[in-house]
Design a protein around this ligand. Structure first.
Ligand code: GAP
Length: 563
């Protein structure tokens, strides 16, 4: 199971310190988010896992950290100044601004009107000026992708690290886009973090027998990147590879495969990462002295400003006809480009689970059952009234519609039939449109909340490598100094090998729930038996099973299971 709705993830993120709205004390700023104490740990763990997988666990990769500000000419020759834009239309009816490619059958997705302006292009790059004078010559942009920093450094990395093709460069960093239609929490924001790879390889013409071509390397990267998400806990049925259609492909891309995740709600299947075969477009675009033939092939303008030709001397190449050794050419590139903030959101959605952890007795369920019955009867009455009012044309704007009332009643009926399994769905039914006008649902909500508190849990089943906190240590009794002292010592001994916290601010049951909600894989409890035999209980987040472990073995036990 994954998150039933994005709203549930947003609410958890705020409640438990993962993600906060930016500058909220001043009313916030649209679509800009801050990562709180747990969010920063989670996002850093996602980025660390990516870096480890693409840099440390391979022999053909280097890392880079290029600056956000770059010479404006980078963005001119990359094509971003001229073409990095979304065509937009304004709706004359509801005054909203929409992306032309997001219209529904040529109509405004907000109000359905066809009264729209012609599409106009809007550049997505944030402009700023470098130095004290605000003039056209001093314009710079906040980078809209990290990729260009890698292309501009191709020769530096290749020569400094004496790399031979194929090899790749990985980079993680902030990117900025003045998105027109940001939203869906952190899915599309104006400031975000990317994890990009440019994997340089030989163009087909220069391959030696047995070497992999760009098509094969592209396929391998798609597989590798897909498997990375699965290894970190994304269910394969909620992940798919989607090859871009020829109409979607950028003119320089030979192929692009998007890795998509099935997000909850309206986002549904949406892009997590794009893996593109960009051929020799980018390095050629930034090179001096490119032949007219290559410029025409790639539909590029001559670069009159670059000081360098970003080519590569291949000393292994043997000309099949002449037998001559060595060739100089511009490499091809495969680009797996992922969003760190977007991946973090996907991992959160995937990990979010709501579970029934106990069976309430029939007498405990009684107040909820009678509340549901009363609310349904009341809604039936409202449906009859609304139908009468509609027939007379007297339906008031603030009244729920007949359709809304029927939907609420159906949802309540299925909850009633499936109690207690449906406990967590009661809240959803009470949140349906129009439900706020049904007074009796307040009682239903209260009765359900009480039972949810006791018999359900929210648990983030994050992969241990991603979990913000790995272990929580509790004393069974906080007024028993020997137990407290032992628990604190265990905490001190475990850190810094693992990220561990100590908590004694509530009863054990509540402490477990709190840690489940933030995805802590293990809770260690020190009790009276610990004082006698130097063992503790270790509780597993997912199975909720407990095991006794000797304190002397605790660190190795935990580090083993946290891998
Ligand atoms: N260098 C290629 C490139 O930037 P892209 O498809 O525009 O390609 C790559 O971006 C990834 O960056 C996306 O798959 C997504 O994960 C992330 N991304 C792009 N725009 C974003 C935004 N506004 N907010 C959050 N993540 C974004």
């Amino acid at each position: 199971m994954a998150a039933p709705s994005m709203e549930r993830v947003v609410s958890l993120c705020k409640r438990r310190g993962f993600i906060f709205a930016n500058s909220e004390i001043y009313g916030g700023i649209a679509s800009t988010w801050d990562y709180g104490p747990l969010g920063v740990e989670l996002k850093n763990n996602v980025m660390r896992a990516w870096w480890s997988s693409v840099v440390y666990e391979r022999d053909d990769m280097e890392g880079l950290d290029a600056a956000i500000l770059m010479n404006r000419l980078v963005w001119r020759y990359s094509g971003h100044e001229a073409t990095f834009s979304d065509p937009l239309v304004d709706c004359r009816e509801c005054k909203s601004r929409q992306r032309a490619d997001h219209l529904k059958d040529g109509k405004c997705p907000n109000c359905g009107s066809s009264n729209l302006t012609e599409p106009r292009n809007f550049n997505l790059m944030f402009k700023t000026t470098v130095g004290p004078v605000e003039s056209e010559e001093n314009v710079a942009y906040l980078r809209p992708e990290t990729a260009q920093g890698i292309f501009a450094n191709f020769a530096n990395v290749q020569q400094a690290m004496r790399r031979k093709l194929p090899f790749g460069v990985a980079q993680i960093g902030k990117a900025f886009r003045n998105e027109i239609t940001p939203g869906n929490f952190t899915f599309r924001t104006r400031e975000f973090e990317q994890m990009e790879i440019e994997y340089f390889c030989k163009p087909p013409k220069y391959l030696q027998p047995g070497e992999k071509n760009d098509v094969k390397l592209h396929e391998e990267w798609v597989e590798q990147r897909f498997n990375w998400y699965v290894a970190l806990g994304i269910a394969p049925e909620r992940l798919r590879k989607r090859a871009q259609t020829p109409e979607e492909l950028a003119h320089y891309a030979k192929a692009t495969v998007d890795i998509e995740y099935l997000f909850p709600g309206s986002l549904s299947w949406s892009e997590l990462e794009g893996v593109a075969n960009r051929q020799d477009y980018d390095l050629t675009a930034h090179s001096k002295e490119v032949s007219d033939e290559d410029l025409a092939r790639l539909r590029l303008q001559k670069n009159a400003d670059s000081t360098t030709k970003l080519d590569y001397f291949d000393d292994q190449y043997v000309d099949p006809e002449t037998g001559k050794k060595g060739a100089r050419y511009i490499p091809y590139v495969i680009e797996p480009s992922a969003g760190a903030t977007r991946a973090t959101l996907a991992f959160l959605c995937e990990a979010y689970n709501e579970e029934l952890v106990g069976e309430p007795k029939e007498e405990e369920l009684a107040p909820l059952r009678s509340g549901l019955a009363a609310a349904r009867k009341n809604i039936d009455k409202k449906i009859a009234e609304a139908e009468k009012a509609a027939a007379k044309g007297e339906l008031k704007a603030d009244m729920p519609t007949v359709a809304q009332l029927r939907a609420i009643n159906e949802a309540l009926a299925s909850c009633e039939a499936e109690l207690p399994q449906s406990l967590l769905a009661v809240e959803d039914a009470c949140d349906l449109p129009g439900a706020d006008r049904v007074e009796l649902l307040k009682k239903v909500r209260q009765a359900a909340a009480k039972l949810c508190d006791e018999y359900t849990r929210v648990v983030l089943k994050l992969h241990p490598r991603l979990a913000p906190i790995k272990v929580a240590v509790f004393p069974l009794k906080k007024n028993e100094p020997r137990i407290v002292e032992m628990a604190k010592r265990i905490k001190r001994d475990l850190q810094p090998a693992v990220r561990v916290v100590y908590d004694d601010s509530a009863g054990i049951g509540k402490l477990y729930r709190r840690q489940d909600e933030i995805g802590t894989p293990f809770c260690v409890t020190v009790d009276f038996q610990s004082l006698e035999d130097d063992t503790v209980t270790v509780r597993d987040r997912d199975s909720m099973l407990q095991e006794r472990v000797a304190i002397s073995q605790l660190e190795s036990y935990l580090t083993q299971r946290l891998k």
